[in-house]
Design a protein around this ligand. Structure first.
Ligand SMILES: [Zn+2]
Length: 218
């Protein structure tokens, strides 16, 4: 079942790998599933499989307790992190966890990215926070990521990588590209050694737009 959704997850995980947002078998991609029996489900990439050799049948379907509903493989080690995003962000239907170089560099520096460019704010929801370090697959990492993500569409993970979300898979991937672009700009600006802050009114207008598009109250 859910072959079309599994295909979307598969194709986006391969694109993530081809674009250099992960190396080897790292990273994981998932999508919320609509279930006729009313169960809360998602499909996620299997753990430890190289994206070039993964097929639709290798995708895993899990419920929101992490139980495997469909698939022969072990789901990603970060399965509970994806589930918690879907539980806390009702409008989010796709999650991508990757290790993009520039975003990861900022996460290694332990820096948040302040709101520095227009499209960062309208796509991602303002300044991007870095979640405190915790081991992969731990409940502590889940808690840290959810708290630092907040209502935004991207979060950095200290000494690890990043997580991006979207209302659909295309949007989640665009948000990943947007995060990495913003990280490159920020690192370049730090190198120049001079940063002009955005006008507060501009941030306010763009945040209102973001809230209208992505806010959980809307
Ligand atoms: Zn990772």
């Amino acid at each position: 079942m859910w072959d079309s959704e599994k295909k979307i997850v598969l194709e986006m995980s391969q694109r993530m790998s081809q674009r250099g947002f992960v190396v080897g078998t790292a990273g994981n991609v998932s999508m919320r599933l609509r279930d006729t029996e009313g169960r809360q489900l998602m499909t996620i990439t299997p753990t430890g499989k190289h994206y070039d050799f993964v097929s639709v049948e290798d995708m895993v379907v899990v419920d929101f307790k992490g139980n495997v509903i469909e698939g022969q493989h072990t789901p990603s080690i970060e399965t509970m992190m994806h589930i918690e995003v879907y539980k806390t962000r009702k409008k989010v239907n796709a999650v991508i966890h990757s290790h993009p170089v520039f975003s990861s560099a900022i996460a290694v520096a332990g820096l948040d990215i302040p709101p520095i460019v227009d499209d960062q704010i309208t796509y991602l929801g303002g300044g991007i926070k870095v979640a405190d370090y915790a081991l992969s697959g731990s409940q502590e990492l889940v808690d840290n990521v959810i708290s630092a993500l907040g209502p935004r569409n991207a979060v950095l993970m200290a000494n690890h990588g990043a997580l991006c979300v979207g209302r659909d898979m295309r949007e989640a991937f665009t948000n990943l590209e947007m995060l990495e672009k913003t990280a490159r700009i920020y690192i370049t600006v730090l190198g120049i050694g001079r940063l002009t802050a955005m006008p507060a009114e501009a941030i306010e207008v763009q945040m209102a737009f973001f809230e209208y598009m992505h806010g959980e109250s809307g």
